[in-house]
Design a protein around this ligand. Structure first.
Ligand code: SAM
Length: 288
């Protein structure tokens, strides 16, 4: 069986099956073995691990994952790729289960139940059109996940990794911090993919916290507050949160809460850490 990280082999497989790339599925296949090595190393895969791969494509990373991990479950939306994986590129791996499904409509907990209580490692070269929804699903559903190591658009990786400040910081950065510790493991240029995407990419690893780093009385209210604060980025918190129906707070309540916390009345969401948002959520939650 030939390894796909050799671009010639990838082209041969694509030609053998007359495969047409589907733009709507965000198909940019990896053709660089060094990048696959970096992803596998960042994910720290061992034979004890169960790996969930989202979007295996023709199996470039799947082959390596099957060799390094105990079990691999690969969920692929494009049914044209299933026979390529199961009857060709990955046919020899007995530790692989390929599922033809949309990951957004998949009950991941049920899918992984047969592997017992072990937390899984998610590894993927994600389709860029739904990166954030997929990550939020993995994080918010409190799935039995130990880490998520994924290729994403470079600027999305930066948004996830950054702290307070005017650039990039936002609701995604705060959600990621609440659930995980982010770390960018590699930057990847467009020529490592076929077809080439028109943006740079990066591999980011999210190591999930056992417990969130902050404790709040109402987690849903915390996230409603965070979303409202960044919906209108340039507005102060008093105007942004005070205007937002989903928070149910008046401008006066926001101003009073900020004053009690010793924060400026002109402060914007981009200046607050997760801890500060948590303090504000508890303060406002009590005042409402
Ligand atoms: N892992 C392969 C690689 O690195 O060469 C392919 C990566 S490609 C960027 C994204 C893959 O995700 C494609 O195979 C695409 O068909 C699949 N995909 C797109 N949307 C999906 C979804 N909602 N659920 C599952 N797979 C999806």
């Amino acid at each position: 069986m030939a390894y796909l990280s050799d671009p010639k082999e990838t082209i041969a497989v694509l030609q053998r099956y007359h495969f047409n790339f589907q733009k709507k599925f965000g198909q940019n296949f990896l053709i660089d073995g060094h990048v696959v090595d970096k992803i596998i190393a960042a994910a720290e895969i061992t034979k004890d691990d169960v790996v969930l791969e989202i979007g295996p494509g023709i199996g470039t990373m799947t082959q390596r994952l099957c060799e390094e991990a105990g079990n691999v479950v690969a969920v692929e939306i494009d049914r044209n790729l299933i026979p390529i994986l199961t009857a060709d590129t990955c046919k020899d791996y007995t530790n692989l289960k390929v599922v033809n499904a949309d990951i957004m409509k998949t009950d991941i907990r049920e899918l992984l139940a047969e592997y017992g209580e072990r937390p899984v490692k998610v590894v993927a070269n994600l389709p860029y059109y739904i990166t954030t929804p997929i990550l939020m699903k993995l994080l918010e559903e409190r799935l039995p996940v130990a880490s998520i190591t994924v290729m994403v658009q470079k600027e999305v990786a930066e948004r996830m990794e950054t702290g307070p400040g005017p650039k990039d910081y936002g609701a995604l950065s705060l959600a990621v911090r609440y659930y995980a510790e982010p770390y960018i493991a590699a930057n990847v240029p467009p020529n490592c993919f076929m077809p080439r995407p028109n943006v740079g990419s990066a591999v980011i690893r999210l190591t999930l916290h056992e417990k969130p780093p902050v404790v709040v009385k109402d987690e849903r209210f915390l996230f409603a507050l965070i979303r409202a604060s960044f919906n209108q980025r340039r507005k102060t918190l008093v105007n942004g949160i005070g205007n937002a129906p989903e928070t149910g707070c008046t401008k006066e309540q926001v101003a009073e809460a900020l004053t009690r916390l010793g924060m400026s009345l002109t402060i914007r969401g981009e200046a607050l850490t997760l801890m500060e948002f948590a303090a504000l959520a508890d303060e406002l939650g009590t005042a409402k």
